[in-house]
Design a protein around this ligand. Structure first.
Ligand code: ADP
Ligand code: MG
Length: 562
């Protein structure tokens, strides 16, 4: 097959331009990205071999190797992992499948100045392409485990890349960066300096569980096997005591497993001893991913068994409403061959899930007590997801209710907890009132609100589709009913004297003719017309029966195709 020259997809091209002209000052992170990819590739190969012993691949010395050539000004990161097939290279490297990146580019176009752009690059991360921050040409040679033919990919980061088959590619992948000309002004960014490489690896990739080796310069010149140096300590952070590990180290692990460039909001450690021993290191991200509510959002944490990576996205370890939690769980007593199907039914896994769920919820609770601002960020980003738990996890319902906060007529911007709502309830008010709708504004303009506003009764303003569902499922909080102000008859004046009752009856009689006529006219669409005391300004409003679906819920079910 001859060399193919292919065009980068539009988004990929934009991203590359950005990297080439990068204003991002922390260019060192390109190495973290390449090492992170190499480490993933080694994990994948180890696993593939475990699943299929017949796979033609050598797993006896899995490692990452960094090779510097000062004269040629190249830096090579090599792994003997899973590798990529010819088609995969085109798909994975030539296009941007990750839709988060599209969002990133969009925001970038909107960022007016260089400082804004820099902030964005720091937040999004661009994986493999970050090599173009420091190199004017990148060559990748790879061979997929079990295949005989390899592939060479080259690009100068402009509009095209080339692909060609190679016959003698070793197992795994090597990425060679042809570094940009040295900047005599800035020795700090000399990536041909072993000292510099050592420093970057120590800072960003120390916890990587595979050895990252560096060959001494000119090692390839003689026939003897060169003495290499291992740059990382390979210590699993979750197995080390809290005092031994710095926050920065935890954050780097988070960035590696979450493929996020930003620091996490919170780090959670759990060491479970006893009959079923496990260690967990979980992270609450600081930002909700854009695809959290899509069907193909990958959830779950990494599962290790005694320091050996077993699988990504192990969904059995956390309930769906905690799908944004990232991290590592290392279990002592599972089989290395454990499969997803087995995990779903395993009693121990079930126990672990319960412990982990409680731990995450109690961490958020602590955050709420100790750091309102952080809790506020958390709830803004993940509250909507967490509320799903009110419906799906009755065991933890009270714990989740205690963590939840809601917009309310009490304050324009500050949300309230149910506890504070109850503390503010008026004398004689028995229930907790809420109204659901598409936005705060549309709810506040609803005629249902009039009587409540007039009487100064607080109403929770719920705008997430899930609010309909949980409010119904939960029913009450601390003995107080949760009641939609749009449903059934709400008699706000029940505590007033009896005369109002008699008055209403009389009014009903007086207006019987009008009500009957209205009912006739609207017969197709309504069940009943009645006089109401809940309106003060609007002449009429539509309410649903206490047991009916509310309009938002109807919409939601319709959207789900039911
Ligand atoms: P991400 O790692 O977030 O998926 P990257 O841009 O870093 O994004 O890499 C894109 C994809 O290219 C990876 O998901 C992986 O499938 C593939 N890839 C990159 N580097 C390697 C490697 N060293 N070995 C095997 N596959 C790789
Ligand atoms: Mg990557």
């Amino acid at each position: 097959m001859p060399t193919e020259t292919l065009e980068f997809q539009v988004e990929a091209r934009q991203l590359l331009q950005l990297m080439i002209h990068s204003v991002y000052s922390n260019k060192d992170v390109f190495l973290r990205e390449l090492v992170s990819n190499a480490s993933d590739a080694l994990d994948k190969l180890r696993l593939a071999k475990l699943r299929d012993d017949a796979l033609d691949a050598d797993v006896s010395d899995l490692h990452i190797e960094i090779d510097i050539d000062r004269d040629a000004r190249t830096l090579t990161v090599r792994d003997n992992g899973i590798g990529m097939s010819y088609d995969e290279v085109g798909q994975l490297i030539g296009t941007i499948a990750n839709s988060g990146t599209a969002k990133f580019l969009q925001e970038l176009r909107e960022a007016k100045d260089a400082a804004g752009a820099e902030g964005l690059i720091g937040q999004f991360g661009v994986g493999f392409y970050s090599g173009f921050m420091v190199a004017d040409e990148v060559t990748l040679v790879t061979r997929h485990a079990g295949e005989s033919q390899g592939t060479r990919w080259t690009s100068r980061g402009e509009d095209t890349y080339t692909l060609e088959p190679v016959d003698d590619a070793p197992q795994g992948t090597s990425v060679t960066l042809h570094l940009k000309p040295a900047d005599p002004e800035n020795q700090l960014h000399d990536y041909t300096s072993p000292w510099k490489i050592r420093e970057i690896i120590k800072r960003y990739s120390d916890f990587i569980t595979w050895p990252i080796r560096m060959l001494p310069e000119g090692a390839g010149d003689s026939d003897e096997t060169p003495e290499h140096e291992t740059l990382n300590s390979m210590k699993a952070l979750w197995a080390r005591s809290r005092e031994e590990v710095s926050d920065d180290e935890y954050h780097e692990l988070y960035k590696h497993i979450a493929h996020d460039w930003r620091d996490p909001l919170e780090t959670i450690r759990l060491q479970a001893e006893g009959t079923f021993e496990f260690q967990a290191l979980l992270f609450l991200p600081a930002h909700a991913p854009h695809d959290l509510f899509t069907r193909d959002f990958t959830r779950g944490v990494q599962l290790y068994v005694r320091r050996v990576f077993i699988m990504d996205d192990c969904e059995a370890l956390l309930p769906p409403y905690l799908r944004f939690v990232k991290g590592v769980v290392d279990a002592a007593d599972l089989s290395l061959n454990v499969s997803r199907e087995i995990l779903q039914q395993d009693r121990h896994i079930e126990m672990m899930r319960r412990r982990l769920t409680k731990k995450v919820l109690s961490t958020v609770k602590d955050m709420m007590a100790k750091d309102q601002e952080r809790y506020g960020t958390f709830w803004r980003e993940f509250g909507t997801v967490l509320k799903e738990g009110l419906v799906t996890d009755p065991d933890n319902r009270d714990a989740i209710l205690a963590l939840a906060s809601f917009a309310s007529t009490h304050h324009d911007t500050e949300p309230t907890t149910l506890k504070s709502y109850v503390e503010r309830m008026k004398d004689g008010q028995e229930d907790i009132y809420f109204l659901t709708g598409e936005s705060r504004q549309s709810i506040e303009n609803s005629p249902h609100m009039e009587a409540f506003r007039d009487r100064g009764i607080e109403v929770l303003l719920l705008t997430d589709p899930v609010d309909e569902v949980w409010a119904d499922a939960v029913g009450e909080y601390e003995g107080k009913k949760l009641r939609s102000v749009a449903k059934g008859q709400i008699d706000l004046d029940a505590k007033d004297d009896d005369s109002s009752e008699g008055e209403r009856e009389k009014q009903s009689e007086d207006f019987a003719g009008l009500l009957g006529w209205m009912k006739e006219q609207l017969d197709e669409d309504i069940k009943e017309v009645r006089l109401s005391s809940r309106l003060t300004v609007s002449p009429a409003c539509v309410v649903s029966d206490a047991n009916d679906l509310t309009p938002a819920l109807e919409n939601m079910y319709r959207a789900m195709g039911q």
